[in-house]
Design a protein around this ligand. Sequence first.
Ligand SMILES: [Cu+2]
Length: 265
Amino acid sequence: MKFFDKAAAGLAAALFLLPAAAEAHFQLIYTPEVNLARPGEVPLKLVFWHPFENGHVMDMGEPEEFYALFRGEKIDLTPSLKPITFEGAENSARAFEASLTANRAGDYILVAVPAPYYEASEDIYIQQITKAYLNRGQLPTDWMEPQGLTAEIVPLNRPTNILARSTFTGRVLSEGKPVAGAEIEVEYMAAEPLMDENRPGEPTAGPMPGGAVVAISDANGTFTFGIPKAGFWGFAALGVGPVKEHEGKELSQDAVIWVRAYDVK
Ligand SMILES: [Cu+2]
C-alpha cells in the first residue's frame, strides 16, 4: 500500500509540473549562415524562446558573459551587445543582438551566459550556458575540444555540417567531468529568426506530440540523436551545472549546444 501511496503522490507531482515541462526553454545564439565563405562581420541574435513551438518568448536575462573562442583566444562580444525586442508569434520579449568579426579561417565557438531567468510557473531560476559554432573557410580547428565551461556539451560530430538523417553525438560535462544519466532536451528551431525584422520566419515544422523530445546520457556522459531534418538542432542538458541555487531558489544551470544540419544535395 505504501508503494501505491508514494506512486500516487509522485504522479500528482508530475501532473502539477506538466505545463512547464511540456515545452522546452531554449537560449538561442543565432545567425543564419554558420559556414562563412568570406571574412567579415557576422550578425548575431540572442533570444530565449520556445523555438520548436514557435511559441512564447521570455525576457532574456542580461548576458553576464558573451564571447567567441578562436584557437583558444577569447574575443569579448559584450561591447557589441544591443537590446532588441523579439516579436514572437504569441508575445514580444527582450532579446539582444551583437556582432562578431570573423576574419581568420577556423572554428569560432560562441558562448553566452545569460543572467538567471526566473520561471514563475516552476518557481525556479534557469540559466542556460549556451554554445553555438561558426566556421570560416572550411578549416576545422577547435570544435572537438571542451571549452572549459562549468557546464557544456562537447560535440563528437562536427557541429557546423551535420548530415540530415545521420546522427549527432554529444558528451555532457560538468566542471570538465562526464555526467551520466543527464536529461537532455532536444529542440528543432522550427522558425528561424528573420535578422532584419526581429521576428520568426515561417515555421517549417510543428512541435512533437507528447511534448519535449528527451535523451539520457550514458555512463560516459554521451548521447546520440538521429537528426531527421536539415536546420538548427539544439540540445539542453538540464541542471548539470555546479550552481544549484540563486537568490534562495532552485537554479537549473543547463548546458545548451546548437548544431546545423544540411540535406545531401
Ligand atoms: Cu518554457
